[in-house]
Design a binder for this molecule. Structure first.
Ligand code: 13P
Length: 399
């Protein structure tokens, strides 16, 4: 019975080499003859409940705390290179380290930021003065998370759509990330409206997210579930609502089928907006109304937090939309997990110059505080720089 009570993450940490399916197979063999087939779902839930369930719920609730959100700084080396190139810097490990060090060591950041999503390099990296980046985050009261997907590739048999890789070896990778100090994870897959979306692409995206979420929970990491509906396209807001509703319905169906504990996940949706090329723009109030209606019809209240991505909106637009969503109480914590909408002014202020680090950290605090106020519905656009109102949409953007 001891083996049944052990999660696969625990098994890995103790050096027991069992594939997930073999492990569940073992668990099933403990059942009474004839009862096994009908108890499959109970068995896998019991296995997880004996492992990390309480900790997962506690972690998710710590990330989803009032007035705080997530700083996404998990750009792959290639994407980080594009960010550095925008301020004339080479994509070297030293430059990535200097930039990430600036972000994580911003004094007082933990007042507004509860979690930071890292790329693998940063999870294992030190600052220039020899301190682990994750310890600097911990000193700031920020929980480290880790991007675990392996990026997007073409989905053969679809209408030029893509799917997200990374399930192979995910159990052992997540066990190692937990050991290193990560407590939550992120998997970003995308859905393109102009390219369909086909049923194949939606099913693949939802199934991949559900398998990822299940594996993360077995290994102690709270999964952030992120099916990004890309801004590309000339469609209006009603079309986005229709697609988002279809996608989230499928995602929750497969999350349930995979016995994912809803209390121990976080969501990272796109806001429901018109396509980037649609001439008819939507006010923050309209975006809030559409987005919240869609989520209330699809997301159970047991989910602790909804942490939006910014997706190419300007810094101010992303903050205004979040603020509009927090004008009345919601069933879940409604907050942010922005990359571009937190980092854009920071990069432009820093310019790679050591003498600009302090000013860049102040710029980060300005954005983090603005979004913190938006999380409690008390943000005002007054005094925002023109720069922060510039959209950042780029077609085909990847992480
Ligand atoms: P953006 O806020 O730039 O869309 O980032 C989304 C993301 O997935 C980063 O982790």
């Amino acid at each position: 019975m001891a083996a049944v009570a052990m999660s696969s993450g625990v098994a890995l940490k103790q050096g027991v080499s069992l594939a997930q399916s073999e492990f569940r197979g073992n668990a099933l063999r403990q059942q009474q003859p004839g009862a096994a087939a009908s108890r499959v779902q109970n068995v896998s839930f019991a296995v997880r409940a004996a492992g990390y369930t309480d900790e997962l719920i506690a972690t998710a609730n710590k990330v989803a705390t009032k007035g705080r959100g997530i700083m996404a700084m998990d750009e792959s080396n290639a994407t980080c290179g594009l960010r550095l190139a925008s301020i004339g810097l080479d994509n070297t490990e030293a430059n990535r380290q200097a930039y990430r060090q600036l972000l994580v060591s911003t004094p007082g950041l933990g007042e507004y930021i509860s979690g930071a999503i890292l790329f693998e390099e940063t999870l294992y990296q030190n600052t220039t003065d020899g301190k682990k980046m994750i310890d600097v985050l911990a000193d700031n009261g920020i929980i480290p998370g880790i991007k675990v997907d392996k990026g997007l590739v073409p989905l053969t048999g679809s209408n030029n759509e893509s799917w997200c890789q990374g399930l192979d070896g995910l159990a052992s990778r997540t066990a190692a990330y937990y050991k290193q100090g990560a407590r939550f994870a992120k998997w970003r897959t995308v859905i393109s409206i102009p390219n369909g979306p086909t049923e194949l692409a939606i099913t693949e995206a939802a199934w991949g997210l559900a398998r990822y979420a299940s594996i993360c929970q077995d290994n102690g990491l709270v999964p952030i579930v992120e099916p990004e509906i890309l801004l590309d396209g000339e469609h209006g807001i009603d079309r986005t609502l229709e697609v988002a509703s279809r996608v989230w319905s499928r995602v929750f169906y497969f999350l349930a089928e995979n016995n994912v504990v809803f209390e121990g996940i976080l969501l990272k949706p796109s806001m429901v907006t018109p396509g980037a090329g649609c001439p008819e723009r939507a006010s923050p109030e309209k975006v809030a109304e559409y987005t919240l209606n869609m989520l209330k019809r699809r997301v159970p209240p047991s989910v602790p937090g909804i942490m939006f991505l910014s997706g190419g909106q300007s810094e101010v637009e992303a903050t205004l939309n979040l603020n509009a969503m927090n004008q009345s109480p919601n069933p879940w914590h409604v907050s942010f997990s922005y990359a571009r909408a937190l980092q854009n002014s920071v990069l432009k202020t820093w310019k790679g110059q050591p003498e600009n680090v302090e000013a860049a950290q102040k710029a980060l605090l300005v954005r983090a505080k603005a979004n913190s106020l938006a999380q409690i519905g008390k943000y005002s656009e007054e005094g925002e720089a023109e720069e922060a109102k510039q959209g950042m949409f780029v077609s085909g953007y990847t992480y």
